[in-house]
Design a protein around this ligand. Sequence first.
Ligand code: CMP
Length: 148
Amino acid sequence: MRVVEYTGKDAGRVAWMLGRFELFASLSPEQLVRLAPFVSLRAYDEGEVVIEKDDAGDAFFVIYSGGVEVTAPGLLGFEKLITRLGPGEFFGELALLLRQPRSATVVCTEPSELFVLKSPAFTRLLESEPEIGALVKGIAKSRFDDRP
Ligand code: CMP
């Protein structure tokens, strides 16, 4: 994993990258620029593990490019595919919302760039932006009901 460096001057570009996704569609351009410094961008290789099941969770991820597989141990210990996620989709919210260990393993299926929000920034975003909170919690609920 490599952190893709960007400076304060790039906040406008990061804001634009974030604003393309439905998750952030309720934010104004100004709000996106204010959010940008709290979001980092990481580049992962194909096959790299982003989240390991049962680890403690401290970050929330939004896929900018590439894709991931969400898996969990199934019958006889074989990894079972739960779902595939792609650009604009997010993961890593359950451990933060429920204050529980990671519920599944997440692996990149191709070279991927992921936006990362650390737990405090994620919590602040959900508190200050009810539309984003409702969207994330709605999807989290269906995933929780459908968890392995
Ligand atoms: P978290 O438990 O923090 O870490 C693993 C992540 O995998 C989890 O958050 C969700 O984002 C994702 N995940 C877990 N179960 C499902 C599911 N049934 N469908 C889609 N994503 C899931």
